[in-house]
Each structure stands twice: as structure tokens, then as C-alpha cells.
Write a protein that binds this ligand. Structure first.
Ligand SMILES: [Zn+2]
Length: 438
């Protein structure tokens, strides 16, 4: 009924002013991108370990056409593949356990005896849809996105944004040759590559790497320290609690590189502040290609109240230990993630930590510095039980804290620019603020 009335009044409209307002509203709604409103409040769930299913590792050979698919590398999943006809194959990707959120993280290598073009259909377990746009590489390090003409969405959702917009499966057209082609849901950044990045930073005299614990499967939990050996004023940075969240990791990298740089500002910052970084919170999940959990089958970012998992416990023990040892204070804590679009989950500014208003002022500056950039900021005052890292950083340490979420498809150049600008703005603000505190 309501729609009919609007339809009728549109055509009987005599008031030009009203028509203008109507058209203007339409223009705005088409011209403006829908803003991501963020996730619903987090659920408190038990975090004692559960079983996970690891993927079978090996080569899938199709000798009739001389083609081999393989998942023999660390990161992401390929759980099965069949040949449908001369040129079409169907792959199945499954998660480490359920329930799990919609982040099916796939990757495989493929090569052939001769040059040929094939279709590859990516399918997922029940109720899971395709999320990550395919990236291609010939060395597993440098990636390009698949040409959109070679990408066909099958059974696409009817909404424009988020999980309801996703297709059930996709068909990719791939050129096969004797050169190994990598296809992946996001650039593969496994523990080997993360460790090489950390090692490259430790070439600088003021950066050291050490191990603060072991993961469930015994991988080292590595941390770097940027700045003084005897820290008083500290900041904490973590990323990759959730394995496929590569864009958050890439932003974290640029952020940390800026704090570690030779700029005048960074040098000054390091005289006052020491930064601790755990870039890979979930090395088992990342190398095992898990969609969300650690090898204990748990979402680590629900375990910051109970600390049942060794990965969260290692950071807690480190932070509480370093505060006790040096009578220092954490002023800032940031946890990098990825989701549908850029968003910041902050602590409600009415709650005051060790450097009140830091996060609000910082995000305001970041918006001003990047013309047209207006991401959602979602503050929260419901911090107990702490459950997520941000709440633990704030409640236990008084560190002004936030979750910094980068869109899955945010351009890699833009996310770097934003992280560099963000790091510079943060250093300036913290240096100004500390004067009035000490
Ligand atoms: Zn996440």
C-alpha cells in the first residue's frame, strides 16, 4: 500500500521543491557508498579446546590432461578436487571446524605438461559462500588479481553488501603451463614470510626479535621490540588472530615500518616509547589454512578473559611481566583485522585510560588527512568480560585501545598510505600527550 501511495504522489506532484528534494535524495543514495555498520555485539563463548580437522596434503594428479593441483605449502586450503569434463574441474574448500564464520580461505598450486586453459569451479561446505577474490602468483610472493573477465559468480546473493551479496560458488578461467601458478583467496602471508619480515627489521640496532611462547602445535610466538631495552612508556600491536585477515596484516606491517623508520619523528618517538609487536598471533591457523580458529579450535579473539589458549596466554604473560619488571605502562594497544570494509572498533571515549581521548583524536586526524575518507567508528562501553584483545588492553592495562579493521578489498596501496599516515599522526599525538602526563 505504502509503495503505491508514493508512486501516485510522484506523478501528481506539483511542488517543484519537493521533486527536487526527492531527486536529490535519489542522487545521494546512488552516489554514496553504503557505510559498513559493523558486527553485532560479540557473544561470550567457552574457549576450552575443541578438535580441528587438518587438511590432507599432497598432489591431485589428472594424468589424462597432464594437470596437477597441489596444496603442499603453508596457508589456506584445498580439500578436494574432481574433473568434470575435458576443461572443467571442481574444487572443494572446507573449514577446520564448525561453527565458523564466512571466511573460506582457499589456495592451491597448479601446473600442466602443456599450455591449456581450464575452468575451475570453487565450491564450499554447506551454507558457506565464496568471499575472497582470486589472486594469482608465479612465485608465491608477488600477486595480481584475476582478470574480471575470467571470473564468473554463480548463484549470487541479492544484496549489495556483506555476506548476503556473496555468490555460492565461482568459476575461474586459468591458463595452465609448466610454470607453477598459485591461486589464492588473499596473498599468502604464512609464518615463513612473516618471520622473514621480522628478521629483516632486526637489522636495525633498536629492533630485537624474541619468542614469548609456543602455539598449540609448538610453533614459536615471535615478538619484536622497537625501541628501548628498559621500557617505561609502551605500546602493544598484534595481528592475525584470524588467519585469512591478510589486509589487516599488511596495514600492520606498514604501520610498524613507519614506527621503525629513520624519520625524525620516529627517532624522537622511540626515545620516549617502546613498541612491542606480535604480528602473527595464530601461526598454526595461518599455516594450517584455518578460516578462523587456532589449532585448539578456538577463536583466539574470544579468549582474552579466560586465557585457555597458549597464544593469548603468552601475550598476557608478556604484558603483565614487562609492566611488573620495569614499572612501565601501556598507553596504546591496537589489534589489526580484516572485514567487509574499513571500520574501527573503539572503547567508548567516556571511559578514560592512561592517555584519555587518544584514539578519538587520532581517528579524527586520520579522517582529516585523507580527503573523502569517512570510515565507521564503532565505540563500545561493554568491556567485561574482557574476551577480546581490545578490552583486555584497556581494562587490565589502561591502554587506549582499538580494533583496526581493513576491508578485504581495500586497495593495497591505500591501506599502506593510511597505515603510514596513521602511524605518523599517532606518534605526534602521543609525544604531545605524554608531556602533560609525566
Ligand atoms: Zn578478525
Amino acid at each position: 500500500m505504502k509503495n503505491k501511495t508514493i508512486y501516485f504522489s510522484m506523478y501528481s506532484i506539483k511542488n517543484q521543491g519537493l521533486l527536487f528534494v526527492f531527486l536529490f535524495t535519489i542522487a545521494i543514495s546512488f552516489g554514496q557508498k553504503e557505510k559498513f555498520k559493523g558486527q553485532p555485539p560479540i557473544k561470550i563463548v567457552p574457549t576450552t579446546s575443541k578438535p580441528v580437522q587438518k587438511q590432507w596434503k599432497g598432489d591431485y594428479n589428472f594424468p589424462d590432461h597432464g594437470i596437477t593441483f597441489s596444496n603442499t605449502f603453508d596457508g589456506a586450503r584445498l580439500n578436494g578436487i574432481i574433473q568434470n569434463n575435458d576443461s572443467t574441474y571442481t574444487a572443494l574448500i572446507t573449514s577446520e571446524n564448525t561453527p565458523v564464520n564466512m571466511s573460506p580461505w582457499y589456495a592451491f598450486k597448479v601446473w600442466g605438461n602443456s599450455k591449456q586453459t581450464i575452468n575451475l569451479v570453487l565450491t564450499y561446505q554447506e551454507s558457506i559462500k565464496h568471499r575472497y577474490y582470486p589472486k594469482l602468483s608465479y612465485d608465491g610472493k608477488h600477486w595480481t588479481t584475476l582478470d574480471s573477465l575470467r571470473y564468473e559468480a554463480i548463484d549470487k546473493g541479492d544484496e549489495t553488501f556483506g555476506s548476503r551479496a556473496l555468490p555460492k560458488s565461482v568459476k575461474l578461467q586459468l591458463d595452465i603451463s609448466p610454470d607453477t601458478l598459485w591461486v589464492a583467496g588473499q596473498e599468502l602471508q604464512n609464518s615463513h614470510l612473516v618471520n622473514s619480515w621480522m628478521d629483516s627489521l632486526t637489522q636495525r640496532s633498536y629492533i630485537t626479535k624474541n619468542t614469548i611462547g609456543s602455539s598449540t602445535e609448538g610453533r614459536p610466538l615471535n615478538m619484536i621490540r622497537v625501541g628501548k631495552k628498559t621500557p617505561k612508556n609502551m605500546i602493544m600491536i598484534i595481528s592475525r588472530q584470524h588467519p585469512p585477515e591478510v589486509t589487516g596484516y599488511l596495514a600492520m606491517k606498514a604501520f610498524v615500518e613507519t614506527l621503525s623508520s629513520d624519520s625524525k619523528l620516529a627517532k624522537k618517538f622511540r626515545k620516549t616509547f617502546t613498541t612491542f609487536v606480535v604480528p602473527l598471533m595464530n601461526p598454526d591457523g595461518v599455516d594450517g589454512g584455518f578460516w578462523r580458529h587456532n589449532a585448539g579450535g578456538i577463536d583466539l579473539n574470544r579468549d582474552w578473559a579466560n586465557f585457555n589458549q597458549p597464544e593469548t596466554r603468552a601475550v598476557k604473560d608478556f604484558m603483565e611481566g614487562v609492566v611488573a619488571k620495569h614499572q612501565g605502562k601501556f598507553y596504546f594497544g591496537i589489534d589489526f583485522h580484516s572485514t567487509w570494509d574499513d571500520i574501527y572498533y573503539t572503547v567508548d571515549p567516556k571511559l578514560k585510560g592512561n592517555m584519555p581521548n587518544l584514539v578519538t583524536d587520532w581517528l579524527e586526524q586520520l579522517k582529516e588527512k585523507i580527503p573523502g575518507y569517512d570510515p565507521n567508528i564503532s565505540p563500545n562501553d561493554n568491556l567485561i568480560p574482557t574476551a577480546v584483545s581490545r578490552n583486555y588492553f584497556f581494562v587490565k592495562h589502561g591502554a587506549e585501545a582499538l580494533v583496526f579493521e581493513v576491508g578485504d578489498n581495500t586497495s593495497r596501496d591505500f591501506l599502506k598510505t593510511k597505515a603510514i599516515m596513521g602511524a605518523n599522526a599517532l606518534m605526534k599525538l602521543m609525544l604531545e600527550n605524554i608531556k602533560t602526563i609525566n
